[in-house]
Design a protein around this ligand. Sequence first.
Ligand SMILES: Nc1nc2c(ncn2[C@@H]2O[C@H](COP(=O)(O)OP(=O)(O)OP(=O)(O)O)[C@@H](O)[C@H]2O)c(=O)[nH]1
Ligand SMILES: [Mg+2]
Length: 438
Amino acid sequence: MTGTERDPDGAVIAKRADSGAPDTGEIRDLARAAGYRVAGEVTQTRKEDPALCLGEGKVDELARLVRRTEAAAVVFDNRLGPYQTYNLGTRLPDGVEVLDRFRLILDIFGQRARTRKAQLQVELAELRYELPRVEAKVSLARRDERPGFMGLGEYDESRERDIKSRISRIREELSQIERDEEDRRERRRESGFDLVALAGYTNAGKSTLLRQLAADLDVDENEGLHPDLDTTAESRDRLFTTLGTTTRRADMDRRDVLVTDTVGFISDLPHWLVESFKSTLDAVYRADLVLLVVDVSEPIEDIREKVVTSHDTLYERNEAPIVTVLNKVDRVPEEDVEEKAAALSALAPYPVAVSGTEGTGVEDLLDRIDRELPPYEHERLVLPMSDETMSLVSWIHDNANVNDVDYGEQVVVDFEARPVVVEKSRARANDLPAVAES
Ligand SMILES: Nc1nc2c(ncn2[C@@H]2O[C@H](COP(=O)(O)OP(=O)(O)OP(=O)(O)O)[C@@H](O)[C@H]2O)c(=O)[nH]1
Ligand SMILES: [Mg+2]
C-alpha cells in the first residue's frame, strides 16, 4: 500500500510507560488538536527498548493496526530518539509518518502561528528538533554506505550547516523582538499600568477568563492608546487554542491594569521547546502579578500534576507573585471545590474560585488583584500656575487617581498612583519653573 491510499487524517496512538497503566488521554487530545482522527492505540508497560521504544512484538502489533486502519501517522506520547524514529519507520508500511509528542506539539504550533514572532519561534523549535536528527542521518549514511545514501549524506551535511546558521539568525531577530517588547512593557508601566499575566495549563480557561476581566467598553479607546491591544481571545475546548499573546485593559475602578493572555503550559516539554517560546512567556515572567489558572473540574491528581508543571515552567524566571485561580467552579459542587482547595493548600495557598463562563467570583478576583499589586502612593504637589503646569496636571489625570485639584495662586494636585508615576510627576514638577512643593 502506498501513502496516498492511507487515510490522511487517521492516526494510531502509541505509548510506553515504565510502570502503571499508560494513560493516553492527553496525547489523544493533542492528536485531535493537530487535526487527526484517532484510529486506535497500542500501549505497553515495560522498560524502554533502545532501538524501537516498544518491544518487538508490540511494534508488530502496531504495524498490523496501522495496516488495518489505513492510518497515515503513528503518534507516540514518548520522546523518540532519531534512531528509534528511523527504525520504527522501517517496520511500518511505506509512507506512514512517525511522530513523537514534541513533533506533534510543533505541528500544532505551526498550524496556529499567525504573527511573525510565533512563526519564528516555531521555526526555531523545528530546527532545534531537526538538528540532532540530521546529524544522526549523516552518521547513519556514512555507516550504511548504501549506494545513493552517500549522496543524501553529503546533502545532509550542508543541511546541518544551513540549520545552524538559520538558528543563529532567528535567535537574533527574536532577541530584537524581545527587546522591543520589554521597552513596551516599561512604557506601559511608566504610563501607570500594572501588568497582570494569565498563565496555566493549556485548556484551563485563560482566554475565557480574560474576556471576563476585560473592560469590553474600553477596548476602542484602548486601541487608540495601544494599537497592539487585541480585541479577541479565542476560547475552544481544544489544547493550545492560544499561541501568541493578547493584552486587554481590565475592568477596575481604582487602577489601570493590563491583562495578558498567552500560550498554555503542558507537561514533558523538553527544555529547547520551552526556550524557543521564551519571548512569548516573557509576558508572564515579567508581569507584576501572575494569575495561575487551574481547571478545578478535573480529578485532584491531574490538577496537582498540572499545578506542578506550571510551577516548574514558571520557576526559574518568574519574578512576580502568583495567585492561583480555581476556574470552572460551575462544573463542581461547592464542597468539592473546598476539598480540592484544601488538598492543594501547600502548592497553591489562598486560591480564588471563579467561573470564567458564568462570571462567578470575578469581582473577588479583581479585588484580590488590587490587593496583590504594589499599593498606590499618595502625593500632593503644589505647582505654579502656568501652561506647563496645566499640561502636567492633565498628564497626572491620565495616569493617576486624582483626589482633588485646587486652582488658586498656585495649583495643588492631590492624587494616588503607582510609585513610578509618582516619581515621574515629581521629576516633571521639579523641572517646572519656580516650583514649590509641600
Ligand atoms: N464549564 C466551564 N467551562 C469553561 C470555563 N472556562 C473555560 N471553559 C471552557 O474550557 C475550554 C478552554 O477554554 P479556553 O479559555 O480556550 O482555555 P485556555 O486556557 O485559553 O486554553 P489554551 O489557549 O488552549 O491554552 C473552552 O471550551 C471553554 O469554554 C468555566 O468557567 N466553566
Ligand atoms: Mg487560550
